[in-house]
Each structure stands twice: as C-alpha cells, then as structure tokens.
Design a protein around this ligand. Sequence first.
Ligand SMILES: Cc1ncc(COP(=O)(O)O)c(C=O)c1O
Length: 380
Amino acid sequence: MEIYFDNSATTAPYKEVCETVADTMSRFYGNPSSLHRIGKAAEDLLNDCRESVARSIGASADEIIFISGGTESDNTAIIGYCMANKRRGNKIITSKIEHPAVLEAVKHLEQSGFEAVYLDVDETGKVDIEQLKSELDENTLLVSVMHVNNETGTIQPVEEIAAMVHSVGAVFHVDAVQSYGKIKIDVKKLGADLLTVSAHKVHGPKGVGALYIKKAVRISPVIYGGGQERGLRSSTENLPAIAGFAKAVDIMTDNFDIAVSAMGKIKAYFANKLKESIENIVVNTPEDSVCSVLNISFVGVKSEVLLHVLEDKGIYVSSGSACSSHKKGRSHVLTAMGKKDNVTDSSLRFSFCGSNTIEEADAAIAVLTEQVPVLSRIMR
Ligand SMILES: Cc1ncc(COP(=O)(O)O)c(C=O)c1O
C-alpha cells in the first residue's frame, strides 16, 4: 500500500507528462535559438508551451518566461524588480509566512541596503491588512505576498492587497506556487504584476516553472548569458521539461473543477473524521483555506515520530513544509500564527491531489486513530 498525502511538497507527474518529456528529448532535441529547421521545430514547440502556460493564468505568451522553478522565479521577480527600479524606492514589504524562496531573497536585498518589512499574520495566517496599509508609502517599491501558504493552506486576500499596493504606485508579486491548479488564477483580475508558478506542484516535471511579468513591468535578470527568454533568464531552455509542464497544465485545465472538488471532499472528510475520533487535535488550517492542504496538530505526539509511524504503514505526509523540514527549528509559519510550541511541534501536513480517494483517507484515519493514543501515552 502506498498512500501519498504530500502533494504540496511535490506531485507525481502524470503518465502523459513522462511520455511528453521522453518524446521531446528524442524528437525535439534542437536548440530553440538555432536558425535551422531542427532549431525552428524546437522553437515552435517552445512557443506552443508558452501559449498553454500563459492561457492557464489569463496572461499573454509574451508575458511569460520559463525558469528553473518556483525558487528562481521568486528570486528573479523580487531581486530583478528591485535592482531594475531602485531609483523609484527602497522599501520591500512581504509577510512573515512566505516561503524561504521569498524570505531569503528579501533578506539578501536587505543586506544590499533595501528596507524590508515583514507583515504579521493573524491566528488563521492572514496578513495584517491594517499594518500593510500603514506601511505602504511612496518609498515602497515592491510587495510580495503568497496566494496560498504551503504549510497551512491559508488563502490571502490578494485582490484587496493588489489594489492597496497599486494605490501607492508599487508593484505586486504573488507566489502562486500552491494555488496554481487549486484556485483559478487570472493575473489581470487578481492584480498581479509578477506571479510565480512551478510545474512540479501540478504533476509536471521538477526544475521548471514560469514567471509572469506584466507588460511594461521592467526587471533585471538574475542570470546573465546568451539572452534567452527575452534576456531575462539566459540558458538554453529546458524544452523537455517545459513540454512536460505544458502537458501537465493542459491536463490541469481540462480537469480543474473535478480535481478541486475531489480534493475538497477528501480534505473535509479527513478533518471531520479525525476530529470525531482523536482527542487533543488542533486544526491549524482555517475553514476558508485551499482545497488541498490540511495541517493538524496531534498535541502530545512529536511530528517526526508520527510521520515515520505513518511511513511504516505506507502513508507519506510532511511535518511543516518539505522545503524546510530538514532544517532544525520550529515552523516559522505556525509560530507567526501564534501557535504554542506544543501545537507547532506536533503538526503534520496532509496535502491532497485530485486522484487521492476516500478509501485512502479511511486507511490513514485508521492508522492515526490507533497510533496517536498509544504514542501520546508513551511520550507523556
Ligand atoms: C509557496 C512556495 N513557493 C516556492 C516554492 C519553491 O518552488 P520550487 O520547488 O519549484 O523551487 C515552493 C515549494 O515548495 C512553495 O511551496
């Protein structure tokens, strides 16, 4: 038995994605920048993929650059925009619960002389809008707030934030890595000037993503070289991965409503059953959260211990976010939400995809119902 409830860390690529990657490697091996026929075939495919990804977020193809993933996209959006526009202001506003790809990029700019503000969040993980209002000023260059938090599934009021950011003439970057494929994204309606997505969270290949750059928004590259991707991300495009990404996006678009409804059902079922059958549970995910993420603390049981007990039974979950779970220390997200240490230290993240089933949820619930009381007695 293998039950994979760690889809926020990464997803299994669709079979069609694997086939597309292999097929592109052998049939479209040309360099999209080459002037001959083999290069042109690769360039045509690259353009088709750009159209697919652009369409999936309501952008036009010339507003998309392909990049190595969410981390590089976040870095390029933040560092690239601030470096290109530093004469216009010096202040960057983000939140305390961003992914390290955003937090570390902002910290890097802080060391180079930019001023950074890290917004507080409330107990549900939503950013403090009043604090944002009081911090926004004419010196504000960029605001970066994630659409959905990777650890708790909290959805930020991004449209409202976008309007506030634009009222002072600043630019808004949205890390949409965890909302892509779960919440319909239209960059225009949302009000994003820069937006990050990553393929491996939507059943695409790892090491590829896209950065949306609204027309007229100027950024500097972070990677210098041969001038690919409009000079904003040099290096020969990873066409097999990009083609796999576009395939995943097409499948995602075709199955969007069905997948979202399946994830929502399993998440609600899982949460309700656990609340009924296990004592001392704290649900860290708010009610109005994304369909895919459920963060629960089994107070009295250490996360890692429970994670490995589940692993022994073939059930795969995360403690906090996978990106930071190898690092020592408490979740910066749950800490910012004001969770007590015993709640943070006992939290597990269950994250679902469209093909998870109620039977899988039942199997995981059975193990948790049996093991949590035993472990909490041992650890008392
Ligand atoms: C919210 C968020 N941003 C950025 C990233 C980084 O994406 P990638 O793994 O493609 O670099 C992740 C990955 O977990 C994420 O959850």
